[in-house]
Design a protein around this ligand. Structure first.
Ligand code: ATP
Ligand code: MG
Length: 407
């Protein structure tokens, strides 16, 4: 292993060693280093208990209930240090592992050694341990071999492992897209058979996974895979509205998100949710070939609530998503002062971006988006003449027929 690891993380291991504890780098950081990806963070495990870790590091805090961990701080950096845990199957009878009626682990705070810790990790590629001081590797599940062979292999029977924690099925899909690895056949079977258990996972945890799946540059690949495993319905409220238009718009929105991430532009789950749900919103709100605005505004709330029950969307995104949607109608209203008001909305940029995606998805009726492309850049005098020109054309008022998306 010749990857360069963060010196703060190495110092933590040094200090643990000095206090006679083990310290290992494990999980994503080792897996990513082996596949030449820059890991986003380093996870450390040790045989010290959270309380012992807390005592050794002045700037630290114990967090979590389901999984007790310690956060160690330095400046704006945080490193997570976990204590070795025993495998759930070995400790079934223990009262430190609390399961629900489906076998899902609700709480799991029984400490163990490295061998036991290894058994409770999800996939072999995530169970490679590295001691950065002694340069020692611990890999009893042959994770390195699976990394080299580019495959995702479960530790233990995936049917049982996915019962314990249904989120593992989403993780298998996410790692396969991120690393371009194949998912082992027994894992695929387990995803098909146990995927339904995702309905028992909290919406907060589902929102975390939503972000990991869709906000890290592989959203399109993940979306298509989730769809093929029929898991989309646990993450997006529009999974039941499938037509050529929705599929095109959603693919464009996802690809756009991935491209923005690749060029280090900002992305927000709010925008992606607004775009992914748009086809369902308009399908529900149409009356003959135009939008019934009363239905539209009512459905906005219902749809957002549906999405909320799947993935807990932070409050601040709710008005943002609704504004993007309602601005789609305002963008069509190009009379008197309305275009100026629309342009000065803080969400104009996001709304205009969605309009561009919609235009691209229908691949016709470019007049509206071209008009806005020009209107936002020209000076006041030209703006006025653009509006004047509209008065004599019949383009200005389409009564929310949208871009032919409803036909
Ligand atoms: P990344 O951080 O790139 O998303 P990661 O593998 O580091 O990937 P984390 O969620 O940070 O993922 O978890 C760190 C490690 O903890 C994993 O590599 C795995 O060994 C273990 N782990 C995390 N979540 C689970 C889970 N749901 N079931 C079993 N083991 C898990
Ligand atoms: Mg990690």
């Amino acid at each position: 292993m010749n990857a360069k690891f963060d010196s703060f993380a190495i110092d933590i291991v040094k200090k643990l060693n000095k206090n006679s504890f083990e310290g290992w780098f494990v999980g994503g950081c080792i897996r990513d280093a082996l596949t030449n990806i820059v890991a986003k963070d380093i996870d450390i495990v040790t045989n010290a208990t959270p309380e012992q870790i807390r005592k050794i590091f002045k700037s630290s805090r114990i967090i979590g209930r389901r999984f007790k961990l310690v956060h160690i701080f330095k400046g704006n950096k945080i490193i997570e240090v976990a204590t070795f845990r025993a495998s759930s199957s070995e400790t079934n009878s223990s009262k430190s592992v609390i399961k629900d009626g489906f076998g899902k682990i609700l709480r799991d705070n029984i400490w163990g050694n490295i061998n036991q810790d290894c058994l409770r990790r999800d996939f072999t590629i995530n169970a490679i341990y590295f001691d950065p001081l002694r340069k020692k590797i611990f890999d009893i599940h042959n994770g390195i071999e699976d990394t080299n062979r580019k495959r995702i292999v479960s530790i233990g029977n995936p049917l049982k492992r996915f019962e314990e924690d249904p989120v593992r099925s989403l993780r298998a899909i996410r790692f396969s897209s991120k690393l371009n690895f194949k998912i082992a056949k027994d894992i695929k079977t387990a995803i098909y058979e146990k995927g339904y258990l995702l309905q028992g996972v909290s919406n907060a945890r589902r929102f975390d996974e939503f972000n990991k799946l869709f906000m890290h540059g592989k959203s399109n690949a993940n979306y298509q895979k989730l769809d093929s495993f029929d898991l989309l319905k646990y993450l997006v409220a529009s999974a039941d509205t499938k037509n050529p238009y929705s599929e095109t718009l959603q693919r464009l929105a996802l690809k756009n998100t991935d491209t923005r991430i690749r060029s280090s532009k900002s992305v927000t789950p709010g925008f992606l949710i607004a775009a992914l749900l748009w086809p369902k919103l308009i399908a529900q709100s149409k009356s003959i070939s135009s939008i019934n605005t009363r239905k539209f505004f009512r459905n906005m709330d219902t749809l957002l609530r549906e999405q909320q029950s799947l993935t807990a969307i932070p409050r601040r995104f709710h008005p943002y998503i609704k504004d993007i949607w309602s601005l789609q109608l305002k963008l069509e209203t190009r009379i008197s002062k309305q275009p100026y008001r629309t342009l000065s909305s803080p969400r104009f940029r996001a709304a205009y971006d969605l309009l561009l995606l919609r235009t691209k998805a229908v691949n016709r009726d470019k007049e509206l988006s071209d008009w806005w492309t020009k209107f936002q850049t020209v000076n006041r005098k030209i703006k006025m003449s653009m509006l004047k020109e509209l008065e004599t054309s019949n383009a200005k008022n389409k009564k929310f027929g949208l871009l032919g998306e409803l036909s």
